[in-house]
Ligand binder design. Structure first.
Ligand SMILES: C[S@@+](CC[C@H](N)C(=O)[O-])C[C@H]1O[C@@H](n2cnc3c(N)ncnc32)[C@H](O)[C@@H]1O
Length: 381
């Protein structure tokens, strides 16, 4: 089996693969995804390790991949692989007997895997009216040099939206709220993707404190005939519209404004939350943990630690109230240090007593009194 797989993979025929069914329930990695990627002009296989709440990535050069594949199958018993000309399903018995099922597929352009350029959901040389109006592209669709990072960020965000589609309602208008939308690059991007490209029935609201910025966004929406996109001037803290929202988005809403938005989302029972927090000051002020003094004596380390601990606590609180939550890398560090995205899907799963205990242990250790916990009245049942 390994030989047959390696032959295809070393010939650069892999399109994507999912490897699942850990042999041991205690395995921390629950699933693995593979796909080819170009890193510094070199073909690699990207291994995505899916833990219960986090994802980790490792890019492996082809020559090293057979050893990695063998190690993966020492821990997993099922695989679904898509190659350029066929798909393969593999099931291993406990004693490693191989069941191999193979189906011919329509030949997929192998150049996809050879493509040296990143494939973006929004393409580089297609003019998108909203990107032209927002000054990211020129009228003929060229991404402006100074706006390339923004273009990447928008694309990454659209990828995240795409991954979340199955969690959104299909039988009624999907309501989406972008809290602290600012210049609203992402608000326009999600409208374009869901309404114009996917034809979904949506209603999107962007909310921000800045009156002039919001008026300009509203004008662009009118000019582009984006009828179901509205912009409101207002404070997240005072936003009391009772109409339930299905997806809540925040990108770089400062400090506890992110928590306020998360709390609103939870109260609405929003199915999807995508939130990239910004600066965090709350925990930095509360933090007292003698066991961590070696770290916390350095202001810089304390600030970063507080930011990471805050996002971990936010993720934990969301899972305590029934969300499957992951912290993902939003965009690589070279572009912005504010690069953690909290992604939460509502499942309604009830937390266990141990989950509460470990949450309490952690917050007590840090002397943390999270705003979000107070807003959501988090306490042991
Ligand atoms: C760093 S900007 C990000 C803007 C936009 N989301 C983006 O990523 O391009 C943060 C935005 O949040 C808005 N904001 C901060 N606190 C807010 C609050 N309490 N209510 C509404 N908007 C808020 C600010 O006015 C600002 O436009």
């Amino acid at each position: 089996m390994l030989e047959a797989l390696n032959e295809r993979i070393l010939n650069e025929q892999l399109i994507h693969a999912t490897i699942s069914q850990p042999r041991m329930r205690s395995n921390e990695v629950k699933r693995i995804k593979l796909k080819p990627v170009m890193v510094k002009e070199r073909y690699h296989i990207q291994v995505e390790y899916q833990y219960e709440r986090i994802l980790k990535h490792d890019n492996i050069v082809l020559a090293d991949f057979p050893a990695k594949l063998e190690a993966i199958f020492a821990d997993f018993r099922q695989a679904q692989l898509r190659f350029t000309e066929e798909s393969v399903h593999i099931q291993l018995s406990k004693k490693n007997k191989v069941l191999w099922k193979q189906n011919a597929e329509q030949v997929t352009n192998a150049s996809l895997t050879h493509n040296r350029k990143k494939q973006y959901v929004l393409e580089e040389n297609t003019a998108y009216p909203f990107l032209v109006r927002l000054g990211v592209q020129t009228a003929d669709g060229k991404v402006k040099q100074a706006k390339f990072d923004k273009f990447k960020q928008i694309n990454r965000f659209v990828e995240m939206i795409d991954d979340s589609l199955s969690y959104l309602p299909k039988d009624r208008t999907i309501r989406i709220l972008d809290f602290g939308s600012g210049k609203s690059y992402l608000t326009f991007a999600l409208y374009h993707y869901l309404k114009i490209e996917k034809g979904l029935d949506i209603h999107v609201t962007g909310l921000d404190l800045k009156k002039e910025v919001i008026e300009e966004c509203a004008q662009i929406a009118r000019d582009l005939n984006y009828e179901h996109l509205e912009f409101l001037v207002g404070d997240i803290n005072d936003y009391n519209d009772e109409t339930a929202v299905d997806m809540v988005v925040t990108l770089h809403a400062c400090d506890v404004a992110t928590d306020m938005a998360l709390a609103r989302a939870v109260r609405w029972g929003a199915s999807v939350i995508l939130s990239v927090p910004c600066c965090q000051h709350e925990l930095n002020r509360q933090l007292q943990a003698p066991a961590l003094d070696i770290m916390l004596q350095h202001g810089l380390v304390k600030e970063r630690f507080a930011a990471l601990a805050t996002d971990s606590i936010r993720a934990e609180i969301l899972s305590l109230v029934g969300y499957e939550t992951q912290l993902l890398e939003f965009i690589d560090m070279a572009h912005t240090p504010k690069n953690i995205l909290i992604r939460a899907y509502y499942t309604g799963k009830k937390p266990s007593a141990e989950q509460f205990e470990r949450y309490e242990r952690f917050t007590q250790l840090l002397h943390a009194q999270p705003f979000l916990a107070k807003e959501l009245k988090i306490e042991r049942p």
